[in-house]
Design a protein around this ligand. Sequence first.
Ligand code: SF4
Ligand code: SF4
Length: 437
Amino acid sequence: MADAWTFNARPPRPPWGVHVPSHKAATRAMSIRQAPLPPVAHLSTPTAAVALVSAGDCVKSGQPVARGSDGCALHATISGTIAAVSTSAGGQVDVAIDSDGRDEWHDSCVPCKAPLALPPRELRRRLLDGGIVGLGGALFPSGLKLDSAPRVRALIINGAECEPWITCDEILLRERATQVVEGARILMHAAGTVHAVIAVETDMPEARIALHDALATSGDDRIGLAVVSAKYPAGGERQLIEMLTGAEVPLGGLPGDVGYLCQNAGTAAAAADLLLLGRPLVSRIVTVTGGGVAEPGNFEVRLGTPLAMLVAAAGGYKGVPARLIVGGPMMGVAQPDDAAAVTAATNCVVAALADDIAPAAPEMPCIRCGDCVQACPARLLPHELLAASRQGHADALRDLHLDACIECGCCDYVCPSMIPLTAAFAAAKAARRSRPS
Ligand code: SF4
Ligand code: SF4
């Protein structure tokens, strides 16, 4: 019998974070649509890797094409012929596959008959072989994350999708709740814990009902359901742990240090796909939205699909977008064009019209109002960090815990002086990384 474990034992009512307009109405009710298979898939490993294929090789969907130095495999997302293989200066492997249009699956893609009967260590190895990584954006291999947290008090499945515009996890939870619950059971076993909670936000009532039904059907009473405030960035790993348990992950520490392990809801679904259907990570759900898209929606997309093709699947551009962003408007990355390919980290593509974007305002001097301190979810002193970063004061940046900044943009959002604090912190981190040691 499992020990009693409750979430929200000490609801902390954290003062951090901001309430931003959600902009989710256009896509949150849209069922998942299948994006067409790309004629060419462009795949890259997130870390240094070794290629397992050469130009001219024939490959099938789900076949390993590279293996990272961390042990995590990258798989062909379509069947066809390897058009090119290259290795970057950093050791990352890029693979291009010309589609044969048949989408034939590799012989290795077979379901596991009884994943919960496997030893946890073997399950973690299979997650690495299956290329399962954190789909919340970190891309850290799930098998390694589970390996590095030997004493997990509880697993937290993160369905708190706090960034504006993005609804890919919400639609997954609404339409594939059973898959997420089965994935949670697999990840619990791999983590060696008997407690789990699936967290959603207050503005996801349909997802909550779907999960409630899926949990009742599973009969697994070790998994709870929690509802957290729909504020940004509630979906941050450390912030979610704090909201659910009251525990603060120490600066410089990991969630495992306080006994918790977070996995994104999409990651749980991917683990279920791998073990129960035999499908390694070859696709993900992506929200395509913004005023500059004709038919916003949520798409199941093969990794390696060009953004242009994904936007075309959403009816193409409407008007002339002022900005194309991969991710949300708070933490996303503006694109120079739509030539990049969908990766496992691509949760959303926003084609924003000028009306969707707050007009730029001139920066004014800091008035030391403290609003940024109040909003910072990492409990930093953004105004002090700003002064240190602009002075290039490396020791002060270290003492002020620059590395703990998650670049969430909350400080920018509340700053009455319109100071681009987050950009200054990102630049200070980049400068630190490029400095010879
Ligand atoms: S919110 Fe802006 S003006 Fe206020 S203390 Fe922070 S940096 Fe200064
Ligand atoms: S960007 Fe960094 S400093 Fe600003 S609120 Fe977020 S975590 Fe805090």
